[in-house]
Design a protein around this ligand. Sequence first.
Ligand code: ACO
Length: 297
Amino acid sequence: DEAARQAAFDAAVAADERIEPRDWMPDAYRASLVRQMAQHAHSEIIGMQPEANWITRAPSLRRKAILMAKVQDEAGHGLYLYSAAETLGTSREELLDKLHAGRQRYSSIFNYPTLTWADVGAIGWLVDGAAITNQVPLCRCSYGPYARAMVRICKEESFHQRQGYELLLALSRGTPAQHAMAQDAVDRWWWPSLMMFGPPDEESGHSAQSMAWKIKRHSNDELRRRFIEISGPQADALGLTLPTGEIDWDEFKEVLKGNGPCNEQRIAQRRRAHEEGAWVRDAAVAYAAKHGEGKPS
Ligand code: ACO
């Protein structure tokens, strides 16, 4: 009965066992996972936009090839995460519809513009660095498919972080104008990167329950602190400085409400890409039907 199933679930979570798709789970656990995993998947694909903005203007063939590979990786991460979310009974189509209708979120960070080439470096170093800090503990998340998706994603994110660091190092050691461009990018991306970890613990409505379920392993502030500690020595090695002061939480709230610098642009571009890709999905469905493979996910 329900009580026995709940007890078995609680015992599995307490013993650090993985919850798998066919296991019984509380409805609220399933709903919270769908919420977080969908938000995560959406972030990966919306996150392709700010960097793709620089593919045609990369300063060398080598940089262009690296950036294209990176942006493709983000699409791949989105696919792993939508697939992982499907194991909870939600289709990719349904999640994308919710994103396009503004009913599900994506990370605040992707609502900022990429103004110079150095932003590609700052995104790799800081944004992907923050993403790794947040996601490495998710490899131990209680939900099996999410945890396993995170293992590969984190490996690829480490490569992304290093390419950003290496790009910034090259600029920092370049001409005074290049150094200034790198510093300006870091000045602009630092605060939004700290906001990626979510609101302060006392305002984080989901944290207590998510930590009890072992979806989250650390609080927002704990991970934010860890990231700040790691970043200091890295900034020194880069010859760049990190801004000092306080996080502007009003800015975070505005971005979440849809009033960030690029919110409208990002969602409009996403909807357009989806509409323009309709013929590809139709062709895939027709192909699968012809070859008796059923409807592709
Ligand atoms: N951007 C947008 N929304 C956010 C952000 C953010 N940076 N941080 C928190 N929120 C939202 C939450 O989704 C929640 O809103 P909701 O109730 O409407 O869903 C609200 O703010 C309150 O936050 P919390 O209670 O702290 O939410 P939660 O416990 O889910 O913690 C966190 C937020 C840390 C982002 C968590 O969801 C998480 O670890 N997600 C997985 C990682 C991820 O999504 N990364 C995406 C960016 S990295 C990348 O794509 C490269």
